[in-house]
Design a protein around this ligand. Structure first.
Ligand code: SF4
Length: 222
């Protein structure tokens, strides 16, 4: 997934994922540029570890071309060690399969998130909280296939909302009322919400809300 340019930087330290989402832009990129041979077989780029020392950005997304559930333990140990050396920088992870992960200890500057795309997937939020012990949790709702309904947002520190991009046949388009249902529940709990630019057209410009957790602010006027 992509975040607003110049606010959160992607470091694709792992590339590849075998989940097989139909709308996967990372797989499409790899088909085009052939960065790795087989996208279903994730590769760890250890030479990128030093990029985690970069202080230019306050927050880095580490799973822009992978899913945390596909990371090997050895890769996680190396990345967590680097994160601990850079305690003021925030590192963001996302997964669609929190049921496949078990992490009892994570660095305090790690942000662990789950992607939820429909009301049938809300159980994944509990899986995230139960299976990964972390200081910060977040949820991404993108793409959205229906109205998510009522959410348990206990201990959630950030919410990202988007819609499917690209020209896929039968692509799913988020509805304004679905977006606002999530937004209103987040506001009841003072959780920052980031609506991705892709929602422009579904929402008017003055309806777009782009908030970050306070830990991400301080650089690049975020
Ligand atoms: S989980 Fe992410 S990286 Fe994996 S196939 Fe789906 S969209 Fe692509």
């Amino acid at each position: 997934m992509q975040y607003i340019k110049d606010s959160i930087k992607n470091i694709n330290i792992v590339i590849g994922c075998d989940i097989g989402c139909l709308y996967c832009y990372a797989r499409m990129n790899n088909n085009r540029f052939h960065t790795i041979e087989d996208f279903n077989n994730p590769i760890f780029f250890e030479n990128k570890l030093k990029m985690l020392d970069n202080k230019k950005y306050k927050a880095y997304l580490l799973t822009g071309q992978s899913d945390l559930s596909g990371w090997e333990d050895e890769w996680l140990v190396k990345v967590f060690n680097k994160m601990s050396e850079n305690s003021k920088t925030q590192y963001i992870f996302l997964t669609k399969r929190p049921d496949k992960i078990k992490l009892d200890v994570t660095p305090d500057n790690g942000w662990f998130g789950v992607t939820v795309t429909s009301s049938k997937e809300k159980f994944k939020i509990d899986d995230l909280r139960n299976n990964i012990k972390a200081k910060h949790y977040h949820i991404t709702f993108e793409p959205m296939f229906d109205d998510i309904g009522k959410l348990d947002l206990t201990n959630i520190s950030w919410i990202v909302i988007g819609t499917e991009t690209g020209n896929r046949k039968n692509k799913s388009v988020s509805k304004k009322e679905w977006v606002y249902n999530i937004y209103n529940q987040a506001k009841e709990k003072n959780i920052p919400v980031f609506m991705k630019e892709d929602l422009l057209g579904i929402l008017k410009e003055d309806e777009m809300i782009q908030e970050f957790p306070k830990e991400f602010r301080g650089i690049n006027n975020v």
